[in-house]
Design a protein around this ligand. Structure first.
Ligand code: 13P
Length: 250
C-alpha cells in the first residue's frame, strides 16, 4: 500500500511572526472545518518562528519542521542550529540538503548525510532533498545522477519512520516550470528502486516531488505513481494555495 501523502510547506526565508501565526491559524481552521484532506500537513518556517509556532501547530493539527540543521549535537558553531535544539523547540521534521543549501552554502552529499544522521539521532524525521540541474537533465543522465546523490546522502539506519525523500529538480524550483508526468514517474520509480537496496521498508518511505507545485498542477503530480506528497515553496506562503494543494490529495 502506498504511504499516506505528506504535503510540506517550505517557507524558506519568508514571513514574520504575525504572518506565520496567521497562516498556521488559517490552516488549522481549514483542517477543523472542512473535509479532511487525505494527507499529513507539515510547515517548515524559519528558525526564529519555530518556538512561537510549535504550540499553534499542535492545536492546528499541523506537523512542524525546520529547514536545516548542523551535523553536530552542540558546540562552537556560531550561527548554526543543532538537531536536538529543533526537537526541543517542537519540531518533528527537518529538511536537509535542499538545493539552495547545496548551491549557496556548498553542502555536498557527505555533509547532507551527516546532517540527516544528526536528525535521526535527535529523533527527527530527515527530509533528504535531491535533484538535478538543468544541464544534468539535458545530459540525459538525470536519473543516474540523482540516484547517486540519494545513495550518498542517505543516513545510516534510516527507515520509513525516520526518512522522507524529496525530489526537487533544481531547474523547477521557483521557475514555474515542472518536469513532465512521465519524467516525474521515471525519477520516482528510480528513487524507489534505489531505496530498496538501502532501506528495509523502502516501499513505505515517502518520496515527495518539489519544484513549482501549484494548485493548478498538484492533482496531476500527486497522482503519479511513487509520488507520496509534495514539498511546496512559494505556494506554501498563501493559505488558499497551500490548502488547495492539500485538498488535491483527495
Ligand atoms: P517552489 O515551490 O517555490 O518552486 O519551491 C520548491 C522548493 O524549493 C521547496 O523546497
Amino acid at each position: 500500500m502506498a504511504p499516506r501523502k505528506l504535503i510540506a510547506g517550505n517557507w524558506k526565508m519568508n514571513l514574520l511572526k504575525a504572518e506565520g501565526e496567521a497562516l498556521v491559524r488559517a490552516l488549522g481552521a481549514s483542517l477543523a472545518s472542512e473535509p479532511k484532506p487525505a494527507c499529513d500537513v507539515l510547515v517548515c518556517p524559519p528558525f526564529t518562528l519555530l518556538g512561537a509556532l510549535a504550540p499553534l501547530c499542535g492545536e492546528a493539527g499541523l506537523a512542524l519542521g525546520a529547514q536545516d540543521c548542523h551535523a553536530a549535537p552542540s558546540g562552537a558553531f556560531t550561527g548554526n542550529v543543532a538537531a536536538p535544539m529543533l526537537a526541543d523547540a517542537g519540531c518533528a521534521y527537518v529538511i536537509v540538503g535542499h538545493s539552495e543549501r547545496r548551491s549557496l552554502h556548498g553542502e555536498d552529499n557527505a555533509t547532507v548525510k551527516a546532517k540527516a544522521e544528526a536528525a535521526l539521532a535527535a529523533g527527527l524525521v530527515a527530509i533528504v532533498c535531491v535533484g538535478e540541474t538543468e544541464a544534468e537533465r539535458d545530459s540525459g543522465k538525470a536519473e543516474e545522477i540523482v540516484v547517486a546523490q540519494l545513495l550518498q546522502s542517505l543516513p545510516e539506519g534510516a527507515s520509513a519512520g525516520s526518512l522522507v525523500v524529496a525530489y526537487e529538480p533544481v531547474w523547477a524550483i521557483g521557475t514555474g516550470r515542472t518536469p513532465t508526468v512521465a519524467q516525474v514517474a521515471d525519477m520516482h520509480a528510480a528513487l524507489r528502486k534505489a531505496l530498496g537496496g538501502a532501506v528495509a521498508d523502502a516501499a513505505a518511505v515517502r518520496i515527495l516531488y518539489g519544484g513549482s507545485v501549484k494548485p493548478g498542477n498538484a492533482a496531476e503530480l500527486l497522482a503519479v505513481a511513487n509520488v507520496d506528497g509534495a514539498l511546496v515553496g512559494g505556494a506554501s506562503l498563501s493559505h488558499g494555495d497551500f490548502w488547495a494543494i492539500c485538498q488535491s490529495c483527495g
